[in-house]
Design a binder for this molecule. Structure first.
Ligand code: 26W
Length: 828
C-alpha cells in the first residue's frame, strides 16, 4: 500500500491521524512519505501524538491557573523516564488508532516504538520512582509539577570490552535527534547567581545583600506528562543552563578570545551531564552548582506563580508543598529563606515558619557513604549568603535544642548542621530534617531504620509524628500493561473488567485469586510467561548471538552494581551450581532443573570492585556457555547497557528474580514489585519492600533466606574482632572462592581484590549468608519442578500486588503530607 491509499481510509478517526502523520513527514521532517524509514516514521508519529498532548497540557495548565488550588512540587535531580511514545499512546487511548494508521502506511507499531531513545536522566531507583510518581499524579488529576535538570548527557552507555569483559563507558547523547516530548520555553528564564559577596545589614533583622560574582541563565524546557484515562496532563519542568551573555565582550575586545568564551563554557557546563554515582558522594563543586542552580530556578518559578495569585506571602505554604527527593535539593530550604528574608523582608521567625510548613523530605538510603556533606569553605566561596543563612539557622536551632536538653554538649554536636573537622562540613540530611514538616522513609523497615539509626536525636526532639513511612510504588501502566500486553489482556478477560478499571485500582487484581485452580486459566497464564521468555530469547540471540532455551527457568538480577546489593553472592552461587553440575554424571544432570541466569546493571565509572564484579560475571558466562558438559543445563548472560526499555523486556520474562541485599541496606527496592506484578517469584533477603511483598503474597510464595537486620551489626563486629576463616563458616563458599582463584575465569589473580572483600572484612556478610542462599535456590528448583503449583504461586503473587501501585503511594503523599486535592480538567 502507498501512503496515498492509506489516506483513503474508511474509519473516521484514521484518516485524521494518518493525515497528521503524513503531514509531519512532509512539513516537520521535510521528507517524502514514500521512502521513509522506521526512524522517520517514529519521529512523525511522535510529533503527531505530541500535537494531542499539547492541547491537553495547555488546557490543564490553564485550568490549574484559574482554579488556583494548592500545588505540589517534586524536586528531583533524576527522572528516569524511558521511552514516551508508547506511554503517551496508552494514556491518550490512541494505541489502536496509531497502530492501524502506521500499518496502513506500511509500518509496524512495535518496530516504530523501539526507534525512540530512552530519556535516561537518572541512575536507578530514585530516578525511576520519580517517573512513576509523575505518571500517578497526572492519572489522579493532582496538581503536581516535577522540577529537574535537562542534562545534555544522561546516564552513560555501558559497553562490554570484547577482549577482557570489563565495563566501558560511552556518552549518552540522547538529544542528538531532536526531542519531540519537550517544549522549549525560551521566554521562561531566571538569572542564577554564584560566588560574589554577602553583606549583612547589621540591623538585627538577619537580612543581607548578595551581589557580584557570576550570573547564569536558567531556561525552562517543559515535558508533558499525560495521565492515564484522563485529559489531565501535568508538567515536568527541566532547566538548562546558559551564559547570561554570549561571551565576555570586554575580554573579546581586548583580544583575549579564550578568556572570552571561558565563562560561557562554565555556564553551559552546569547542566551538561548527570553524575553517574548513586550511594557515594564526592563533594565536587560542579555538583553543588547543579543543586543550587536547579533549586534556585525552581523556587523563583514557584514564587512567580504564587505572586500571580496576589495572596499575602504569609500564605505561601497554604498554596505550595515541596517534596525533596533525598537531600539533593536541600539548598531549596536555604534559598526560600533567602528569598523571604532578603527580598520579601519577612521577619526571620515568620519566614522559618513558612519554610518548615512548605517542605517535606524523603530519605532513600541509610548507607553512610551516600549522606551528603558539603565542605564549609566550598559553600562559603560558591554561595556566601547561603552559608551565612545556614549558620544562622543552625544557631537558632541549637538554642532550641539546648533549651529542651540543657547542658547536653554531645547532643548538640550530633544534631548540629555543622560537622567539626578539617574542614568543617554541612550535614545536608540534618538541614533537610529541621527544614521540613515531615520526614519519611520508603518502606516500613527502612523508615524504622531512619528513625533508629539516622535521626534518633531528632525523633527525641520533635517527637515520633514528624517521622513516617510511605512505601514506594510502581505504575501498573508502564510496568504491566505496556511491558506485558499479553498478561494485561489475560487479566482483563479473566477479571471481566475493562482494563481502565483495574489499571486505576490495582487491588482489583485480587479477583484473579478465585481462578487460581482453573486449569484453563493456569495454562493461559503459563503460555503468556512462555511467550515473554521467547521474546527475551529472541532479543538475546539478536544482541549477543547466543541461543537461550525458553524451557529453562529464567533467573534474573538487574539493578545498579553495588557491594550491598550482592551481585557477588549471585555469581558465586552460579559458579557453585556450575561446579556441582560438572561433578555429576550425565544421567544425574538430566534430573536438574535447567536454568538461564541473567544479569544486567551499570557500575559507577569509579567503582573498582563493582566493575570487577561485572568482569567476573562476563568471563564466567564465557566459560559456562561454552562447556559441552553443562551448557544444556546452565547458561549465563550479562546483558549490556541496562535501561528502562531493557527492564520492560526482562521483567515479564522472569520466573524468579533476585533481591538479595544484606539485611537493612536496601531502602525499598522497586523492581522487586515489578517482577512480582508480572508473575515472577521473589528470591530475597528480609529487607526493604521484600518484607511487605511477603506480607501481601504470603511467605510460602517467596523464597527468603539470610540473616535478619539485627544480626548484621554483631556479625560485622565478629568479623573484625574474631575473624573465622571462610573454610570454617562455609566450606561450599570457600571452594567457590578457590575455583575463581584457580584462574579458570581469567588468570593472573585479577579477581583477588574482589575475592578479598569476602575473605577479609566481608562487610556485607556473604560468608554468613551463603549456605542459606544456596538452600533457598534448592527450594526454588524443587518448587519449579511442580509446574502447576508453580503457576499457582505466580498467579497468587501477581494478584496480591495492589498495595504496590504508585497510585496508592502518591495518594498517601497527597493526603498525609502535601494536603492537595484532585483538580480534574473539565471540558468547556
Ligand atoms: C551521589 C549521591 C547519591 C546518593 C544517593 C545519588 C543518589 C542516591 C540515591 C538516594 C540512591 C537511590 O537511588 N536509592 C534507592 O532509592 C529507591 C527509591 O526509593 C529505593 O527503592 C532503593 O532501595 C534505594 O537504593
Amino acid at each position: 500500500k502507498t501512503w496515498k491509499d492509506a489516506m483513503r481510509g474508511v474509519h473516521s478517526e484514521l484518516p485524521e491521524v494518518t493525515k497528521s502523520i503524513v503531514n509531519h513527514v512532509q512539513t516537520s521532517l521535510a521528507r517524502a512519505p514514500y521512502n521513509l524509514d522506521d526512524l522517520g516514521a517514529y519521529q512523525a508519529a511522535a510529533l503527531s501524538v505530541r500535537d494531542n498532548l499539547i492541547v491537553n497540557w495547555n488546557s490543564t495548565q490553564l485550568h490549574y491557573t484559574r482554579k488556583a488550588p494548592k500545588r505540589a512540587y517534586y524536586l528531583s535531580l533524576e527522572f528516569l523516564m524511558g521511552r514516551t511514545l508508547s506511554n503517551a499512546l496508552l494514556n491518550l487511548g490512541l494505541q489502536p488508532t496509531y497502530s492501524t494508521s502506521l500499518s496502513n502506511l506500511g509500518f509496524a507499531l512495535e518496530d516504530v516504538l523501539v526507534q525512540e531513545r530512552d530519556a535516561a536522566l537518572g541512575n536507578g531507583g530514585l530516578g525511576r520512582l520519580a517517573a512513576c510518581y509523575l505518571d500517578s499524579s497526572a492519572t489522579q488529576e493532582l496538581p503536581l509539577w516535577g522540577y529537574g535538570l535537562r542534562y545534555k548527557y544522561g546516564i552513560f552507555q555501558q559497553l562490554i570490552n570484547e577482549h577482557d569483559g570489563s565495563q566501558l563507558e560511552a556518552p549518552d547523547p540522547w538529544l542528538e535527534h531532536q526531542n519531540p516530548w519537550e517544549l522549549p520555553r525560551l521566554d521562561v528564564t531566571y538569572e542564577i547567581r554564584f560566588y560574589g559577596s554577602a553583606d549583612r545589614w547589621g540591623d538585627g533583622s538577619g537580612r543581607a545583600v548578595w551581589s557580584g560574582g557570576q550570573e547564569v541563565l536558567a531556561v525552562a524546557y517543559d515535558v508533558m506528562i499525560p495521565g492515564y484515562g484522563t485529559k489531565n496532563t501535568n508538567n515536568l519542568r527541566l532547566w538548562e543552563s546558559k551564559p547570561k551573555r554570549g561571551f565576555d565582550l570586554q575580554s573579546f575586545n581586548a583580544g583575549d578570545y579564550e578568556r572570552a568564551v571561558e565563562t560561557s563554557n562554565s555556564a553551559a557546563a552546569i547542566t551538561s551531564v548527570l553524575y553517574p554515582n548513586d550511594h557515594t558522594v564526592f563533594g565536587k563543586e560542579l555538583r553543588l552548582k547543579q543543586q543550587y542552580f536547579w533549586t534556585a530556578a525552581s523556587l523563583a518559578d514557584m514564587m512567580r506563580r504564587f505572586k500571580n495569585l496576589e495572596k499575602p506571602i504569609s500564605e505561601f505554604a497554604e498554596y505550595n508543598a515541596i517534596q525533596l527527593n533525598d537531600t539533593h535539593p536541600t539548598m531549596a530550604i536555604v534559598e526560600l529563606m533567602r528569598i523571604l528574608v532578603d527580598e520579601e523582608e519577612v521577619p526571620w521567625d515568620q519566614a522559618w515558619t513558612i519554610v518548615t510548613n512548605t517542605f517535606f523530605f524523603t530519605n532513600h538510603t541509610v548507607l553512610p557513604e551516600a549522606l551528603e556533606k558539603w565542605p564549609v569553605p566550598l559553600m562559603t566561596h560558591l554561595l556566601p549568603r547561603h552559608m551565612q543563612l545556614i549558620f544562622d539557622i543552625n544557631m537558632l536551632f541549637l538554642q532550641s535544642v539546648e533549651k529542651q536538653f540543657p547542658g547536653d554538649r554531645e547532643r548538640l554536636a550530633r544534631m548540629s548542621l555543622i560537622e567539626e573537622g578539617f574542614p568543617q562540613s554541612i550535614r545536608m540530611a540534618n538541614l533537610a530534617v529541621i527544614g521540613s514538616k515531615k520526614v519519611n522513609g520508603v518502606a516500613e523497615l527502612h523508615s524504622d531504620l531512619v528513625k533508629r539509626n539516622l535521626f534518633p536525636d531528632f525523633v527525641e526532639f520533635y517527637g515520633q509524628s514528624k517521622f513516617a513511612n510511605v512505601t514506594n510504588g510502581i505504575t501498573p501502566r508502564r510496568w504491566l500493561d505496556q511491558c506485558n500486553p499479553a498478561l494485561s489482556e489475560l487479566i482483563t478477560t479473566t477479571l471481566n473488567l475493562p482494563r481502565e478499571v483495574w489499571l486505576k485500582d490495582l487491588f482489583k487484581l485480587e479477583g484473579l485469586l478465585k481462578h487460581v485452580d482453573d486449569a484453563k486459566f493456569q495454562q493461559r497464564w503459563a503460555a503468556v510467561k512462555r511467550q515473554n521468555k521467547e521474546r527475551l530469547s529472541n532479543f538475546v540471540e539478536k544482541t549477543l548471538g547466543i541461543t537461550v532455551d525458553a524451557d529453562a527457568m529464567f533467573d534474573v538480577q538487574v539493578k545498579r552494581l553495588h557491594e550491598y546489593k550482592r551481585q557477588t553472592l549471585n555469581i558465586l552461587g552460579v559458579i557453585h551450581r556450575y561446579t556441582t553440575l560438572k561433578s555429576m554424571t550425565p544421567a544425574e544432570r538430566k534430573k536438574v532443573v535447567k536454568k538461564a541466569v541473567f544479569f544486567a546493571g551499570k557500575a559507577a565509572p569509579g567503582y573498582y570492585i563493582a566493575k570487577l564484579t561485572i568482569r567476573l560475571i562476563v568471563n564466567v558466562a564465557r566459560v559456562i556457555n561454552e562447556d559441552p558438559d553443562t551448557k544444556d543445563y546452565l547458561t549465563l548472560f550479562f546483558l549490556p547497557d541496562y535501561s528502562v526499555s531493557l527492564a520492560e523486556l526482562l521483567i515479564p520474562a522472569s520466573d524468579i528474580s533476585q533481591h538479595i541485599s544484606t539485611a537493612g541496606t536496601e531502602a525499598s527496592g522497586t523492581s522487586n514489585m515489578k517482577f512480582c506484578l508480572n508473575g515472577g517469584l521473589l528470591v530475597g533477603t528480609v529487607d526493604g519492600a521484600n518484607i511487605e511483598i511477603a506480607e501481601e503474597v504470603g511467605e510460602d510464595n517467596v523464597f527468603f533466606f539470610g540473616h535478619l537486620t539485627p544480626d548484621v551489626e554483631p556479625l560485622r563486629y565478629q568479623h573484625t574482632y574474631h575473624p573465622i576463616p571462610v573454610e570454617e563458616k562455609s566450606p561450599a563458599l570457600a571452594a567457590v572462592l578457590n575455583t575463581v582463584s584457580s584462574g579458570i575465569f581469567g588468570a593472573d589473580g585479577i579477581y583477588e581484590p574482589l575475592l578479598n572483600t569476602v575473605r577479609q572484612g566481608d562487610f556485607y556478610i556473604l560468608t554468613d549468608d551463603f549456605d542459606s542462599y544456596i538452600k533457598a535456590l534448592e527450594m526454588v528448583d524443587e518448587a519449579y519442578a511442580d509446574r502447576t503449583e508453580w503457576i499457582k504461586k505466580s498467579i497468587r503473587t501477581s494478584a496480591k500486588m495492589g498495595k504496590f501501585s504508585s497510585d496508592r503511594a502518591i495518594q498517601d503523599y497527597a493526603q498525609e503530607y502535601w494536603n492537595i486535592e484532585s483538580t480534574k480538567l473539565v471540558e468547556e
